[in-house]
Write a protein that binds this ligand. Structure first.
Ligand SMILES: [Zn+2]
Length: 476
C-alpha cells in the first residue's frame, strides 16, 4: 500500500553492516502488496528451535482473525507475512509488580521471571498484569520501539501494520504503534482487539481512563440521538448510546455504541458501529480496483469489438457495484467486462467510465456522511480509419455531505486523488435542478439551502462531468 516516508528515513539511518536479516514467510497472499493492506507479524520470545511453532501460530492467528467479521468479508484486501525473529530465551518477563488482581479469562499464571528476548516483552506494564508490552511502565531505556522499527526497515519496509506475537500461554496484550498479543487460547482475539486500536482507530468499550478518552468512531460525549455519530445504527443490532462505567475517572461523560463488542469483551464479535468504522478505513486505504485493461496505448488500430475489463478486489460475498457509461449513457451495470462496437462510438473523442462503489449492508450508506467512489476512465479517440488511441486513468474520490437532514446550510466536500472538475447538482424529486455548485478539491463548501422548501432532494456529484454518485439530501 502506501510506502511510509518514516521507514524510508529509517532505512537511510540503518547501518547496513549491522542490518539483521531474518527469514520472512508469506502467510496470506491476496494480491500485489502495493494494492493490499500488508500486515507483518513478528515473533517475540521464540527461540530458534521454536520458529516453526511461530509460523504455525501466525497461520492459526491469521485464519482466526480473518474468520471474524468484517475482516472475514474483506479478507481479500489483506496480505499477511511473518518475520522469524529469534530470541535468546523463551517467553516474556513477568516482574510480578502488578497492582491489580488477575482478570478473566483466567490463564495459567507464569512464575515471576526475567528472560532475554528480542523485543523485551513484559507483563505487568503500567501496573496491570495483562498489559503485555515492550517496555515496563513506559520506560524507554531499552529503546525497543527503535529496535522494532529497525527490524521492520531491514526486513519488510513497506509494511502497513505490524503485530507482535509473544510466545506465552499467559493472557495479555497491548495496543499502540506495535500491538502485542500472547500466543495462547484468546491470542487471536486479543490481536483483533489491538488491531482495532492500532489500525482502525477504535477505542475500548470498557472505560480506558481519562487520559485515553476521546471522540472516536465508537466513543463520544454526544447523547443526542440526532447528532450522535452512530445515529444511523440506533436501535439496530442492539446499538444505543450507553454510558461508560468505571470505578475512578470521568467515565460518566462518555458513551459507547454497544455493550457486547470485542472492544470491551475479548470473546465477542465487533459491534455494528466498529464494523462500519473498520470497513471505512479499509476503503480509505485500498482501492477495490486491483487492475484494469486496456491500459493506455496498449490498443491502437484495434479491431472491434474492443474489450474493457476490470479486476476488482471483491469482498466475500461480493458487494461491489459497478456502473459503466459511454459518453453520457449508461451501458452496463455490475459486470467486470464490456465490449464496445464501432457503431457505439462517435467520431472523435469518446469517454468510457466505470464507477465502482461498495454496497455492503455493513455500512449505512444511505445517510452516511462519507462515500468512497472509485473510477476508471478510458478516453477513446475514434476516426474513420479506426481507433487511434486509448488513454486510461484511474481515480478515487471520497464524498462527504453533512448534516443530513439539513436546515439552512448543507456542507459538501470532495476529496479526489486526481485533479478533477467537481460539481454537485441538487435536484428536486420531480427532476428540477434547484442548485448547481462547483466544488474545489479538499475544500468544504457551505451551501445555503434555507430557501428550498422542506422535503427530499437528490444531490448528484460529478467529476469531469461524469456522474459518480447520487445521495439523498433531506431538507428540514
Ligand atoms: Zn464496538
Amino acid at each position: 500500500m502506501v510506502l511510509r516516508l518514516l521507514y524510508i528515513l529509517l532505512l537511510i539511518n540503518v547501518d547496513l553492516m549491522s542490518a539483521q536479516i531474518f527469514d520472512v514467510e508469506n502467510i496470506k497472499l491476496s494480491g500485489d502488496d502495493s494494492k493490499r493492506i500488508t500486515l507483518v507479524i513478528l515473533s517475540e520470545g521464540y527461540q530458534d528451535s521454536e520458529l516453526s511453532q511461530f509460523i504455525t501460530d501466525a497461520e492459526n492467528f491469521t485464519n482466526s482473525m480473518f474468520n471474524q467479521s468484517p475482516l472475514k468479508e474483506y479478507a481479500n484486501y489483506f496480505n499477511v507475512y511473518a518475520i522469524k525473529v529469534p530470541s535468546a530465551e523463551s517467553g516474556a518477563d513477568h516482574p510480578g509488580t502488578s497492582i491489580e488482581p488477575l482478570e478473566t479469562p483466567i490463564s495459567p499464571i507464569v512464575p515471576i521471571k526475567t528472560v532475554d528476548t528480542y523485543f523485551n516483552a513484559t507483563y505487568d506494564a503500567f501496573g496491570k498484569h495483562r498489559l503485555l508490552y515492550y517496555e515496563i511502565d513506559g520506560n524507554s531505556a531499552n529503546n525497543t520501539e527503535a529496535i522494532i522499527s529497525t527490524v521492520l526497515a531491514n526486513n519488510f519496509p513497506t509494511y502497513d501494520q505490524a503485530l507482535i506475537i509473544v510466545n506465552s500461554s499467559e493472557f495479555g496484550g497491548s495496543g499502540g504503534k506495535f500491538p502485542m498479543t500472547y500466543s495462547g487460547f484468546w491470542g487471536a482475539n486479543v490481536a483483533v482487539h489491538e488491531l482495532g486500536h492500532s489500525l482502525f482507530n477504535l477505542k475500548d468499550e470498557y472505560y480506558p481512563g481519562d487520559d485515553l478518552a476521546a471522540e472516536a468512531i465508537n466513543m463520544t460525549q454526544e447523547t443526542d440521538q440526532n447528532l450522535v455519530r452512530w445515529k444511523n445504527w440506533l436501535n439496530i443490532n442492539d446499538i444505543g448510546i450507553y454510558q461508560y462505567t468505571c470505578a475512578t475517572g470521568n467515565c460518566s461523560d462518555w458513551y459507547k455504541p454497544h455493550q457486547n463488542c470485542i472492544m470491551e469483551f475479548i470473546d465477542r464479535p465487533f459491534c455494528s458501529v466498529c464494523k462500519e468504522g473498520i470497513i471505512e478505513k479499509i476503503h480509505s486505504l485500498v482501492s477495490p480496483i486491483d487492475s484494469y485493461t486496456p491500459v493506455s496505448n496498449t490498443v491502437s488500430n484495434s479491431s472491434f469489438p474492443i474489450d474493457f475489463h476490470l479486476n476488482l478486489i471483491k469482498p466475500i460475498p461480493n458487494t461491489l457495484e459497478s456502473s459503466w457509461s459511454l459518453n453520457t449513457s449508461n451501458i452496463a451495470s455490475n459486470v467486470d467486462d464490456v465490449s464496445v462496437l464501432e457503431t457505439d462510438l462517435n467520431a472523435g473523442i469518446n469517454t468510457l467510465t466505470a464507477i465502482i462503489t461498495d454496497n455492503t449492508q455493513l455500512i449505512k450508506v444511505t445517510n452516511h456522511e462519507t462515500i468512497h467512489v472509485y473510477t476508471v476512465t478510458w478516453t477513446i479517440d475514434n476516426s474513420s480509419l479506426g481507433v487511434n488511441d486509448i488513454e486510461s486513468d484511474i481515480n478515487s474520490l471520497s464524498i462527504v455531505m453533512f448534516p443530513n437532514p439539513a436546515n439552512t446550510i448543507a456542507n459538501f466536500k470532495i476529496e479526489s486523488e486526481k485533479d478533477a472538475k467537481l460539481k454537485v447538482d441538487i435536484t428536486s424529486l420531480d427532476g428540477k435542478k434547484v442548485k448547481t455548485v462547483s466544488l474545489s478539491n479538499y475544500t468544504t463548501r457551505q451551501v445555503d439551502i434555507s430557501n428550498l422548501s422542506e422535503g427530499i432532494y437528490v444531490a448528484n456529484f460529478y467529476a469531469n462531468n461524469t456522474l459518480v454518485t447520487s445521495k439523498k439530501l433531506v431538507k428540514q
